[in-house]
Design a protein around this ligand. Structure first.
Ligand code: ZN
Ligand code: ZN
Length: 370
């Protein structure tokens, strides 16, 4: 511990919509059992960071917070009983890890429902105040504290920290969503709403899982060109088309039935109604992107008459992180994941990176610490 600095530089949000401030945040002196202290390698920026910054999330935030939750850190200090990751691999100082929000392991959701992301005592990184110990619960920080109840996964040596960062939130959310729909049969057509990071990763995933056809609806055009490289068979632009045009295109691609599986990754409330239209009778409709406070008017009878199975999918547990790391390691030479990393920034450039992300000038910018 003596070699550790007293403070960590970190990007702190004190009031919504105002610029992040680089502050000196205390490095905790005591590492509890099962906890770790990491030196940050990389932390990518997510749409959720932007929503939190703007105060438009429908989740509780305890300001001031250190923003960032897609972190990859290198272990620099270990509490007792922290020598193993969540899938039984040995952990040592110097290993790189990604880590999950917490789950207590002893509430109804953790044990009976086996849905740890819904834990009653969940603590999430970047949502907890930085004014109380252990302070370092956000990703845009030189050091990070891994809470005892967090899942943690060792990053394979062959994977860059940038790609591990991409796996930590975007891909694990996709893996969790995919687990909820189960198998994709070889005759099934999947419509992916949204060509952002999650949409692109879901496209690659649906393709690998053997979907007959993957159709991506999104914008701008450059993103759709990228969607093709991630396995999209057809792309439908949002710009310059109406919802009716897009429905016609999906019906034409599915012998008039509509999609067997629709997956929503846009975060735009109106996409929900459109997705219900695009789904065939008896389809599965998975909602992943909606975390804002936006509202939309809908006709519930659509769900009944079409017998649609609407499924929400929130976050991801240690299993999803593990699957994400395996997926990206195995397919990293097959899909251009590196091209999703559109910008690399230093910690003191975080506001520029956040602004650019907000203005859709980036797909996945990363804050690099070395
Ligand atoms: Zn995220
Ligand atoms: Zn719990």
């Amino acid at each position: 511990m003596s070699t550790l600095p007293e403070f960590s530089r970190a990007a702190v949000l004190r009031s919504f919509k105002s610029p992040l401030q680089i502050e000196q945040v205390p490095v905790p002196r005591h590492i509890e059992p099962r906890s770790l202290l990491v030196e940050m390698e990389a932390c990518s920026i997510c749409g959720t960071d932007i929503h939190l910054w703007q105060g438009s999330l429908s989740l509780k935030v305890d300001l001031p917070v250190i923003i960032g939750h897609e972190m990859v850190g290198r272990i620099v200090a270990m509490g007792e009983q922290a020598g193993m990751d969540s899938v039984g691999q040995a952990l040592r100082p110097g290993d790189r890890i990604v880590y999950t929000h917490t789950s207590c392991g002893s509430c109804y959701f953790c044990t009976t429902a086996k849905q740890p992301t819904l834990c009653s005592h969940r603590k999430a990184y970047m949502y907890e105040t930085m004014e109380k110990s252990p302070y370092l619960l956000g990703g845009f920080s030189e050091y990070g504290y891994v809470l005892p109840e967090s899942g943690r996964l060792k990053v394979p040596d062959s994977l860059s920290s940038d790609l591990a960062s991409l796996s930590s939130c975007a891909l694990r959310s996709v893996m969790n969503a995919m687990s909820q729909i189960g198998r994709i049969e070889p005759h099934e057509t999947v419509v992916v709403q949204g060509a952002g990071p999650l949409g692109l990763l879901a496209t690659a995933n649906a393709k690998v899982r053997g979907a007959r056809k993957v159709i991506v609806i999104g914008s701008p055009t450059a993103r759709l060109e990228m969607a093709r490289e991630f396995g999209a068979d057809e792309c439908i632009p949002v710009e310059g088309t109406t919802a009716a045009d897009r429905l016609d295109a999906v019906l034409a691609a599915t012998e008039g039935r509509g999609a067997d599986i629709v997956m929503e990754f846009t975060g735009v409330p109106s996409a929900f109604n459109e997705g219900l239209q695009l789904a065939r009778k008896g389809a599965k409709y998975l909602i992943v992107g909606q975390l804002g406070e936006g509202k939309v008017e809908m006709q519930p009878s659509m769900i009944v008459k079409k017998n649609i199975n609407v499924i929400g999918s929130f976050s991801g547990d240690a299993r999803s992180y593990s699957l994400a790391l395996q997926f990206i390691e195995r397919h990293q030479h097959e899909f251009p994941f590196e091209r999703m990393i559109t910008g690399r920034y230093r910690l003191d450039e975080v506001n520029t990176a956040m602004e650019r992300m907000k203005n859709y000038q980036e797909i996945k910018p990363v804050i690099r610490f070395h």
